[in-house]
Design a protein. Structure first.
Length: 130
């Protein structure tokens, strides 16, 4: 977990330092696309989910789509794209399964509580005191 935090912090520091600096200033859109995909697939933390990340570029804006397991993976991929395109030119639409599961878990708990509340036994007529 410590390595993950250090890796995420170093990526965030690089993204801040290179905020307005683009790593691919002379390349084509295809080069930029390949550079971002290559960096994501080579990253140790993202290597297992790299195939799930779809990178597109339109009008100078990099867009990330797909599904990753953890919120940290979503943020890391966005930071990598920002290193190449600048943070103001990245739309990170990656979905985190972890966040989705938390939403599902909360919905399940709510549903169970509503079910329990609606299925409480009614008091027997003899239990009602007037």
């Amino acid at each position: 977990m410590k390595d993950l935090k250090e890796s995420l912090e170093s990526t965030q520091v690089l993204a801040v330092l290179k905020n307005n600096f683009k790593l691919n200033t002379t390349g084509t859109v295809d080069d930029l696309l390949m550079d971002i995909q290559d960096m994501i697939s080579r990253d140790d933390f993202l290597s297992l989910v790299a195939d799930n990340i779809i990178v597109t570029i339109e009008g100078g804006t990099v867009t990330l789509h797909g599904e990753v397991y953890k919120e940290e993976e979503r943020m890391k991929a966005g930071n990598i794209a920002a290193m190449f395109a600048g943070k103001d030119h990245v739309n990170n639409y990656l979905r985190s399964v972890e966040a989705k599961m938390n939403t599902v878990d909360r919905d399940c708990v709510r549903s169970k509580n509503l079910y329990k509340a609606s299925h409480r036994p009614s008091p027997a007529p003899s239990d009602i005191k007037i």
